[in-house]
Design a protein around this ligand. Sequence first.
Ligand code: FE2
Ligand code: FE2
Length: 169
Amino acid sequence: MKATTAQPAAGILAAEANDERERIIAMLTKAYWMEVETVVNYLAASINPDGVRAQEIIRSLAEDVHEELGHARQFGERIKELYGVVPGSADFHMDQPFMQPPDDQRDIIAVIRGVIEAETGAIGHYEAIVEASDQTDPVTNDMVIAILHDEQRHRRLFEGFLREYASES
Ligand SMILES: [Fe+2]
Ligand SMILES: [Fe+2]
């Protein structure tokens, strides 16, 4: 890890908290990549779908692209504050096979299911960060709780879309 050394400080920034800080940086880095991959896939899914029924999904995902990019920025800035380094694309491991464009661009249900799976993955990892930082890093804890709230809202919205679209087809 290319982390720089912290100046004398207390809490998560203390020299004695080095291992704990690196553990949190690693979790934040994974979260950062999850957000970046979500931006890539929501961007595609806000362009590809065909048909009248797809338009509401396209509009919603086009907005989400900005929100998820904002999350990526928050994770990246927290990595820096903890004396980590935000990685470049050479370290990018992609992990969303379920968010690839379907064979039929009218298959909007496949897109909705992919979004729900992406949000569920984010929720699971962010819950783990909230738990890991609960006693040691209240600033990360607070930030990730707010992002977790956004992801729960996204998932709930798309669960509602799935209910509607699945009943129509
Ligand atoms: Fe996000
Ligand atoms: Fe999200």
